[in-house]
Design a protein around this ligand. Structure first.
Ligand code: AR6
Length: 188
């Protein structure tokens, strides 16, 4: 196994790998080292991407989650991937959108930051895929969430190759545009 030891090397660049990228796919099918789950505080499964991940990973995931004692909003916890192609799952709990005056931005930023920190601390994780946390059932405005996601993950590109896994082409287009803007700002 080839461990991630620093910035993208020349072979990565030749293969067109970028440290931050956006795709439209079902996150449960991705062959990355770790996927992130948009969970709830119980970590006992739910609807949306959480339900899809638990269905695909199988009942051993629920068993492992039971031992974790839940997870606070803005925090992150690690489990195995069980039946998934991904070897690990980072479970994080996004904020419910209450209009923006309840610390939602900082809590969402914390989800991305803590997930990246947890993944970076595990030497076997080099590639990480996020769903669009809080933007489904929890109602966080999509573009506002995407800007926060990109800003936080950009701080971890020395260790991680991060994929924003959108669930519609429309969402993916928002990310692609924001990533282009981000790339131009970094190049300036
Ligand atoms: N692959 C990738 N993205 C997906 C998938 C999938 N298979 N399924 C849904 N999405 P949500 P939240 C997208 O509602 O807003 C659960 O009940 C979806 O289009 O899953 O953080 C938990 O237990 C959206 O863009 O998560 C919590 O109670 C994004 O995933 C609550 O929902 C997040 O939507 C968390 O709500």
């Amino acid at each position: 196994m080839r461990y991630w030891t620093g910035r993208l090397d020349r072979a990565d660049r030749r293969r067109g790998i970028r440290p931050l990228n956006a795709i439209c796919d079902d996150i449960t099918t991705l062959s990355v080292d770790a996927i992130v789950n948009a969970a709830n505080a119980s970590l006992m499964g739910g609807g949306g991407v959480d339900g899809a991940i638990h269905r695909a990973a199988g009942p051993r995931l629920l068993h492992e989650c039971r031992l974790l004692g839940g997870c606070k909003t803005g925090e992150a916890k690690l489990t195995g991937g069980h039946g998934l192609p991904a070897r690990f799952i980072v479970h994080t709990v996004g904020p419910v959108w209450h209009g923006g005056g309840d610390g939602e931005d900082e809590l969402l930023a914390s989800c991305y930051r803590k997930s990246c920190e947890l993944a970076s601390a595990q030497p076997a994780i080099r590639t990480l895929a996020f769903p669009c946390i809080s933007t489904g059932i929890y109602g966080f405005p999509f573009e506002r969430a995407a800007r926060i996601a990109i800003r936080e993950c950009a701080a971890h590109t020395d260790r991680l190759i991060t994929t924003f896994c959108c669930f519609s082409e429309r969402d993916r287009n928002v990310y692609s545009q924001l990533l282009e803007e981000h790339g131009r700002r970094v190049a300036d």
